[in-house]
Design a protein around this ligand. Structure first.
Ligand code: GRG
Length: 297
C-alpha cells in the first residue's frame, strides 16, 4: 500500500467519523435507545471504502470535499443498515461485526430492525437536503441513483437471491456474479456514480467510472470469498467460513482458490485501466484497486 494511499484512506476515515457524528441524531427522550444504537452501528469502524470512492471520484471533478463528505456519509449509512439487517437471526445470524457484538446482540432484535430502518431513511433525508448541494436536479439524480442501487433491483434483490441460493442445485459463475453485482456491487458502483453526478461528469467520464466500479466490485467480492475461506476471524472482525458451512456457492467454491485469486487480480488491473482518461488524477483510485485485492479484512 503506498504511503499516499494510506494517508488518504485514513483522512477519509477520520473525516467520515466527524461527518457521521454531525448527521446522526441525538436525544435524551424515549427514542434515545434508537439513536444510541445508530451511533453504535455507524461508528464501529469499517474500512470506509464506499466513502473513499465518493470522495475520490468527486475530487476528479473538483467537487468541494464538504459536499462529497455529506453524500459519502449517506452511502455509509445505507451500507451500515445493510450490515445491521444482514446480521439478524432471520438473515445471516451473526454475533460479531467489525470486531464487536452485532446490534441485535448488544441491544435486541427489534432495536436492530429499527436501527437499520432509521439509518436507511436518514440517508435519504440527507441526500434530499439542500445544505450540501443547491441544485435540486443534482439532488434528485443522487436520490434516484441511490434508491436504484439499494432497492428492489439492487442490493435488496441481491440479498433475496442470496437467501434463496442455498437451494440452487447447480450454481455457476453467472449466477454468483449476478447475485454479487446486486448485493455488493450496486452500492460500490453508486459510490463512484455519486462522485460523478456531483461533479457533472460527461457521459464518457461517467461510463469510465462505471466500468471501474464494476470490475472493482467484483474483485472486492471475490476477495471477500477468499478471506471467508482462508481468513482469520480476529483480523476480519466477524465469523469466517460461514458460506461453506451453509453449503452456499461462492466464487471460491465454483472457481477454486487459485482461479479466484487470478480472476480478482485480473479484474483489479482491468479496473485501473478504465481510469486512463483521468491520467494521474485517478492514482488513488488505482491504488484502491490494489488495496482491495491485498486487504486482510
Ligand atoms: C439486508 C438489504 C440487506 C442487504 C444486505 C451487503 C449485504 C446485503 C450484506 C453483507 C454481507 C456480507 C458480509 C457481504 C460481503 C461483502 C460485504 C458487503 C462486506 C462488508 O463490506 P466491507 O468489507 O465492510 O466494506 P466494512 O466493515 O469495512 O464497512
Amino acid at each position: 500500500m503506498s504511503l499516499r494511499f494510506e494517508a488518504a484512506l485514513s483522512a477519509c476515515t477520520e473525516d467520515m467519523v466527524r461527518e457521521l457524528e454531525i448527521v446522526l441524531p441525538n436525544s435524551d427522550g424515549a427514542e434515545s435507545r434508537l439513536h444510541e444504537a445508530m451511533h453504535y452501528a455507524a461508528l464501529a469502524g469499517g474500512k470506509r471504502l464506499r466513502a473513499f470512492l465518493v470522495l475520490q471520484c468527486a475530487s476528479l471533478f473538483g467537487v468541494s470535499r464538504s459536499s462529497a463528505l455529506r453524500v459519502a456519509a449517506a452511502i455509509e449509512l445505507i451500507h451500515t443498515y445493510s450490515l445491521v439487517h444482514d446480521d439478524l437471526p432471520c438473515m445471516d445470524d451473526d454475533d460479531v461485526r467489525r470486531g464487536q457484538p452485532t446490534v441485535h446482540i448488544k441491544y435486541d432484535q427489534a432495536t436492530a430492525v429499527l436501527t437499520g430502518d432509521a439509518l436507511l431513511t436518514l440517508a435519504f433525508e440527507i441526500l434530499g437536503d439542500e445544505s450540501y448541494q443547491a441544485d435540486p436536479a443534482i439532488r434528485a439524480r443522487l436520490v434516484v441513483a441511490m434508491a436504484k442501487a439499494a432497492g428492489p433491483q439492487g442490493m435488496v434483490a441481491g440479498q433475496m437471491i442470496d437467501l434463496a441460493s442455498e437451494d440452487v442445485a447447480e450454481p455457476n459463475v453467472q449466477h454468483i456474479t449476478r447475485l454479487q453485482q446486486l448485493k455488493t456491487g450496486a452500492l460500490i458502483a453508486v459510490s463512484c456514480e455519486a462522485g460523478a453526478i456531483l461533479g457533472r461528469a460527461s457521459e464518457h467520464q461517467f461510463l469510465a467510472l462505471h466500468a471501474y466500479a464494476h470490475d472493482l466490485g467484483l474483485a472486492f467480492q471475490i476477495v471477500d470469498d477468499i478471506l471467508d475461506t482462508e481468513g482469520d476471524a480476529e483480523a476480519m472482525g466477524k465469523a469466517v467460513n460461514k458460506d461453506s458451512e451453509r453449503g452456499k456457492a461462492t466464487f471460491v467454491s465454483v472457481l477454486g482458490i487459485e482461479r479466484a485469486r487470478t480472476q480478482a487480480r485480473m479484474l483489479a488491473d482491468q479496473a485501473a485501466k478504465h481510469l486512463e482518461p483521468f491520467a494521474e488524477k485517478a492514482d488513488l483510485l488505482k491504488d484502491l484497486a490494489n488495496f482491495v485485492i491485498e486487504r486482510r479484512n
